[in-house]
Write a protein that binds this ligand. Structure first.
Ligand code: LMR
Length: 317
């Protein structure tokens, strides 16, 4: 048990999504496990919904030690100078969740985490959140439908290239600003996962959703390294065990949470939900595959090849 100092160790865990999402629930489970196992000697304060910081600011706050833990999407590490994480944004690279997990559980997962250390950040776990869908106020069936649409993206340059390859105009924007931007027409559409579409009410301001599953969303649970290294050994042990268990939980609920969110969106009757025909997906793939080659110089050829191998992806000729 962690020796009780006068004051408990406090971990501020900030994130940008709603509590009722796979990440929100994972963070909450982590808090409960830690507080129970440390008998209150470690306190985890979870701040959801960008309450403390928006996307870019939260990474800065982590480096400064204003918060101790985050779980940003892998598409948000570029501005920190670790561009390799954007390999996870390559369109259609993961055929399913297992393919994604095979990558994060292997050498690529470890190596990417080691690149965070010189930035004062330690990677603890990867949390899965399923596949991206696309939305706009017009149906998105064919590549040509994207022409000229302003599409909100996370800060990844791979996502920027992806939207350009579709003929759209990408616009980087913080997650917390998305609803308003769609409502006011600052952007025309977005990609995202169903659990975020539901909890942020994106479906209320987008008339059409396409279940394209073209990209994957996942998070890195990260901690301020100096804080971590300075923890008493027994406290670190509790945190490690708790993050392991919270990771199993968050990964186990991701698919169901997203399926249920999609059901609720459907039931609202506020938007159409379109499942593309195989030939349409082939058309999207033809437009998007060149992004893999185009992004080699940014994310690294060796990293891309290692991801292909671990994910069992065979690049089309
Ligand atoms: C987004 O910005 O669209 C996502 O990264 C939000 C999240 O954390 O799920």
């Amino acid at each position: 048990m962690v020796a009780r100092a006068q004051a408990p160790i406090v971990i501020k865990f900030s994130h940008v999504v709603a509590p009722d999402t796979p990440k929100g629930k994972g963070a909450q489970r982590f808090k409960e496990l830690v507080e129970e196992r440390s008998k209150g000697a470690i306190k985890v304060e979870v701040y959801p919904n960008s309450q403390l910081y928006k996307d870019k600011e939260e990474l800065e706050a982590l480096q400064l030690g204003s918060v101790q833990m985050l779980a940003p999407s892998l598409a948000k590490f570029g501005p920190l100078g670790v561009k390799d994480f954007e390999v996870f944004d390559l369109p259609f690279v993961f055929k399913d969740t297992d393919a994604f997990r095979a990558v994060t559980a292997g050498p690529v997962g470890y190596e990417l985490f080691s690149k965070l250390e010189p930035k004062g950040i330690k990677g603890l776990a990867y949390w899965d959140n399923g596949f991206h869908i696309m939305s706009a106020n017009k149906p998105l069936h064919h590549v040509a439908d994207f022409k000229g649409l302003k599409m909100r993206i996370q800060s990844s340059k791979v996502l920027d290239a992806q939207m350009r390859a579709l003929g759209a105009i990408p616009q980087v924007m913080a997650f917390s600003e998305l609803y308003q931007a769609l409502q006011s027409g600052v952007v025309d559409g977005t990609e995202g996962v169903a659990s975020n579409f539901y909890t942020q009410k994106i479906y209320e301001v987008q008339k059409h959703i396409t279940l394209s599953n073209h990209g994957h969303l996942a998070y890195a649970v990260i901690v301020n390294k100096k804080f971590w290294d300075g923890l008493p050994v027994d406290a670190r042990k509790i945190l490690e065990l708790s993050i392991r268990d919270a990771t199993v939980y968050a990964n186990a609920i991701a698919a169901t949470e997203n399926t249920q969110a999609l059901e609720k969106i459907k039931a609202s009757g506020k938007t159409t939900i379109y499942t593309p025909a195989p030939a349409e997906i082939e058309e999207w793939k033809r437009a998007l595959m060149p992004v893999h080659k185009e992004m080699e110089s940014r994310v690294g050829k060796a990293t891309i090849e290692a991801v292909y191998k671990a994910a069992g992806f065979v690049a089309p000729k």
